[in-house]
Design a protein around this ligand. Structure first.
Ligand SMILES: [Cu+2]
Length: 169
């Protein structure tokens, strides 16, 4: 018999310990792998075009969590802005103001919607105002380190908002 497993006495306590350690490392490796495979996909992202001289803009779109676990978004960024923040719009009486969100949870198989008048991605310290026809890469990063990026077209208004406007006039 040349099977290497047969050369070592299976009753050795030392080997049993090593085997247990190996199994632990393996299962840890699996769990970190499943975190790394959080499934985040962008859909219909867009960035608002801005006039010359503007220093802020905003990005919108849908971010779908295709995994079986809650994904906690912690960071957003774009290639044109020094800073990007997740904001929500809060109504206070007749006033509406924006508040920064430190993180947003996306439940398993749910979709997070960034839209005008609601949660949005604020692009701050932009190098040059985004112009219609361009695309801007925007990225979202989860607490576990999963990064989802998309090329977002630049437009003046949301396509659906344009339709609604047309139907009412
Ligand atoms: Cu904002």
């Amino acid at each position: 018999m040349t099977d290497p497993m047969m050369r070592r006495p299976l009753s050795s306590p030392k080997q049993g310990y090593a085997f247990t350690t190996l199994v632990c490392l393996f299962s840890m490796g699996l769990s970190s792998l499943s975190y790394a495979e959080e499934m985040l996909h962008w859909k219909d992202a867009w960035v608002r075009s801005m006039p010359p001289g503007a220093q802020v803009s905003a990005a919108y779109g849908m971010l779908m969590n295709h995994s079986d676990q809650t994904v906690t978004l912690s960071t957003v960024s774009s290639e044109i802005s020094g800073t990007a923040e997740m904001h929500e719009v809060i109504a206070e009486g007749d006033q509406r103001r924006m508040a920064e969100l430190e993180s947003i949870d996306i439940a398993p198989h749910e979709t997070l919607i960034f839209e005008p008048g609601g949660r949005h991605i604020m692009l701050l310290d932009i190098a040059a105002p985004p112009v219609g026809g361009e695309t801007v890469e925007i990225c979202a990063v989860s607490v576990a380190g999963t990064r989802a990026c998309t090329e977002a077209p630049v437009r003046r208004q949301a396509p659906i908002a344009d339709d609604t406007h047309a139907n009412h006039h």
